[in-house]
Design a protein around this ligand. Structure first.
Ligand SMILES: *Cc1c(COP(=O)(O)O)cnc(C)c1O
Length: 230
């Protein structure tokens, strides 16, 4: 399939998942995950009109940013080392992987110095797999209290990754768990404004994630492909 065909196919699948769950397609944003593709392919992705792009390592993203950073809206979705905050801040509009106080502290400090706001998703490990980064659901309320003074950080949402399953239906409890956590947190009113966004769903499981309330899906392989050695 060409890039155009993949985009059309994903749009149709998103629309079907929305229809199946009574949701408006406008409530679901697609992020093109370009970490597996070359600079040229990423350029084509932006040319094709996809607004949101994501990378997971600054080392890989840097040459792409230098060439294409004036286009699109960039999301950082990988584990973020504290010493990389200075590199990504101000370039990536959204950080999807806020998972510890030390990182929040550094983001706030650097954002304060730059006079900007950081939009962040808290990464939560709903599945409990020990190979995954993220706060446990139980830790999130205290985490939000702990960062409440970091006014440069705006927590816009929660992010999770489901285990890879052959049958995507098996991921449903993970996505449902993230949605329920968001609603429980909002009932506690720990943030100045309610947390709205749910960043969940990848190539293998995005339709289930949409049915469970995803507002951002992060799509690599199914949307932009996976190039060897990119
Ligand atoms: C790589 C990655 C994705 C995209 O993966 P695909 O399965 O290719 O869609 C989404 N989210 C995160 C956090 C990733 O690291």
């Amino acid at each position: 399939m060409t890039l155009q065909e993949r985009i059309a196919d994903v749009e149709a699948r998103v629309a079907r998942a929305c229809a199946a769950s009574g949701r408006d397609v406008d409530g679901v944003n697609v992020i093109a995950v370009t970490k597996y593709v070359s600079l040229d392919t990423m350029s084509a992705v932006l040319e094709a009109g996809l607004e949101h792009v994501a990378e997971s390592r600054w080392q890989d993203a840097e040459p792409k940013w230098k060439a294409l950073g004036n286009q699109g809206t960039w999301h950082f979705i990988g584990h973020l080392q504290t010493n990389k905050v200075k590199d990504v801040l101000g370039k990536f509009a959204y950080i999807h992987s806020l998972d510890r106080i030390s990182l929040a502290k550094e983001l706030h400090k650097k954002a304060e110095a730059a006079g900007i706001e950081v939009k962040a998703f808290l990464q939560v490990n709903i599945s409990g797999e020990d190979t995954k980064f993220g706060l446990s659901p139980e830790e999130v309320p205290d985490f939000l209290r702990g960062i409440s003074a970091f006014h440069r950080i705006k927590v816009v949402g929660l992010m999770t990754m489901a285990p890879h399953e052959e049958d995507p239906e098996l991921t449903r409890p993970v996505f449902r768990g993230l949605r329920e956590l968001r609603d429980e947190l909002n009932a506690l009113a720990l943030t100045p404004e309610p947390i709205q966004e749910l960043s969940m769903g990848m190539s293998n499981d995005f339709e289930v994630a949409i049915q469970e309330g995803a507002t951002w899906v992060r799509l690599g392989t199914v949307l932009v492909g996976h190039e060897e050695g990119a």
